[in-house]
Design a protein around this ligand. Structure first.
Ligand code: SAM
Length: 220
């Protein structure tokens, strides 16, 4: 994502009631039910961008808790502004690198993880930064309950092919669904919420790839 630094965004983010304070993040692990004040499942979007997807999901499913993770204040700001206009009690934000997700969520604490149009990091030496890499899949597997799902969408075919290869090297996961043209699949499109990037790239005619993978039940 091309980044424009927005003056004052850091200050807004660090004082927003919708964003978990940086110094409190590590205290969240194992306490998400307490933070939301209920027993509902917790679903995470890593790399949420401006937050249209996670905000819409939270509004449509008030019986589920959502946590959006975004690295940059300037981007997260848009989601915070949306919450200021219409607050949702089942949505929280974390401004952090998803690399540290294991210190903010306890083992098996999440019910589902979404990766939408993750940055491709095209250079080989940056492969470990790609969110569907084996390194990230191992982090996600730890915080996801057995039987929990990870859903990944992208229009970037090389990134999707990479993600499938990485899956083969990741024993914690099982492939449940895979399509190279999501928008032509009536069944999978039911309940599909378009992200900002999905709308942009599908309107340019790019097919959208999606997989759903499941965290295996057995202890690894
Ligand atoms: N998910 C949104 C969508 O589909 O419209 C945004 C996609 S944008 C290409 C990727 C976003 O992920 C950017 O906002 C970027 O800052 C964020 N991101 C990339 N790597 C990240 C990481 N390691 N931790 C947190 N956010 C990350």
């Amino acid at each position: 994502m091309r980044l424009r630094n927005i003056t004052g965004s850091r200050e807004v983010i660090s004082s927003s009631p919708y964003v978990i304070k940086e110094e409190m993040q590590r205290e969240c692990a194992g306490r998400w039910k307490e933070i939301f004040g209920n027993e509902a499942p917790v679903r995470i979007e890593a790399g949420m961008g401006k937050g249209r997807f996670i905000y819409t999901m939270a509004r449509l499913h008030p019986d589920i808790n959502y946590v959006g993770i975004e690295k940059y204040s300037s981007v997260l700001l848009r989601a915070v502004r949306r919450m200021e206009r219409e607050e949702l009690s089942n949505l929280k934000f974390l401004r952090m690198d998803a690399e540290d997700i294991g210190s903010v969520f306890g083992q098996g604490e999440a019910d589902r993880i979404y990766l939408n149009f993750s940055d491709p990091w095209p250079k080989d030496r940056h492969a470990k930064r790609r969110l569907p890499s084996r390194e990230f899949l191992a982090r996600f597997a730890r915080i996801l309950k057995p039987g929990g799902r990870l859903e990944f969408k992208t229009d970037n075919r090389p990134l999707f092919d990479f993600a499938l290869e990485e899956l083969n090297a990741s024993p914690e996961w099982e492939l449940e669904v895979c399509t190279y043209d999501l928008h032509s699949d009536e069944g999978l499109m039911q309940g599909n919420i378009m992200t900002e990037y999905e709308e942009k790239f599908s309107s340019m005619g790019n097919p959208i790839c999606k997989y759903i993978i499941v965290r295996k039940q057995e202890k690894l």
